[in-house]
Design a protein around this ligand. Sequence first.
Ligand code: ADP
Ligand code: MG
Length: 258
Amino acid sequence: MTPPILEVEDLRVSFTSPRGVSEVLHGISLSLQRGQILALVGESGSGKSVTGLSVMGLLPRQASITRGCIRFDGREITHRVPRELRGAGMAMVFQNPRAALNPTRRIRNQLADVILAHEKPTAAELHRRLAELMEQVSIADKARCLAAYPHELSGGLCQRIVIAMAIACSPDLIIADEPTTGLDVLTQKAIMDLLLDLTRARGMSMILVTHDLGMAAQYCDDVAVMNKGYIVESGRDPHALFLDPGDAYTRRLVNACP
Ligand code: ADP
Ligand code: MG
């Protein structure tokens, strides 16, 4: 049997500051099969982003994993994510696309950097790949976008570029951390449709971090609910969760939905 694409077991993460050590993940466990889309929901500060960063090996210096285990496709990556997995095995789409892009480099160069980190295409192949990626994220005005700097593009376009960077090397897993926050409602829907279509079409797995239960129910196969560093409910079909929340915190979250 093929192993799950991602297994997180009893993960504990602490931050160290001059005031001392504080634990923010208190032993969380998750499992994600190939092709599965999992919604990770919960209020601000519940530990969703720290969970994503732990899996990607992108925790800030003051944070450390103190216990537990992370496995990617059966391979342990708890304390070190091998370089070849970054981008090609898993990729992250962050909440703020502008922060994910380098303001001083043209889009063309930033996209090329991602590809060149894993492959050695000829100039002509690279050119074709960049054009193809722009089509995959439905950017019509390719030439202008590729030549632009991030500040010259709208937030929605920047997020499409970040998605293009995430899928450039066909990863098995995408972690999308509130990918539509800060975008207008129509752009939010367009970006979510794009991400989900790409994920399904390529058989990729995704963890969609969101505090929007409606979005979770609409797009995801499963849901895990976090509260204060714990997973309080998981492995539920989002529709079932909506109708019959099993945990008191989840019930409050569902009742708070408009
Ligand atoms: P969420 O994404 O669910 O809103 P986070 O994962 O960002 O929550 O944060 C979880 C907890 O970790 C919060 O209590 C937050 O204050 C703490 N935390 C996150 N980043 C840092 C940091 N760089 N330094 C100290 N504490 C942090
Ligand atoms: Mg967050």
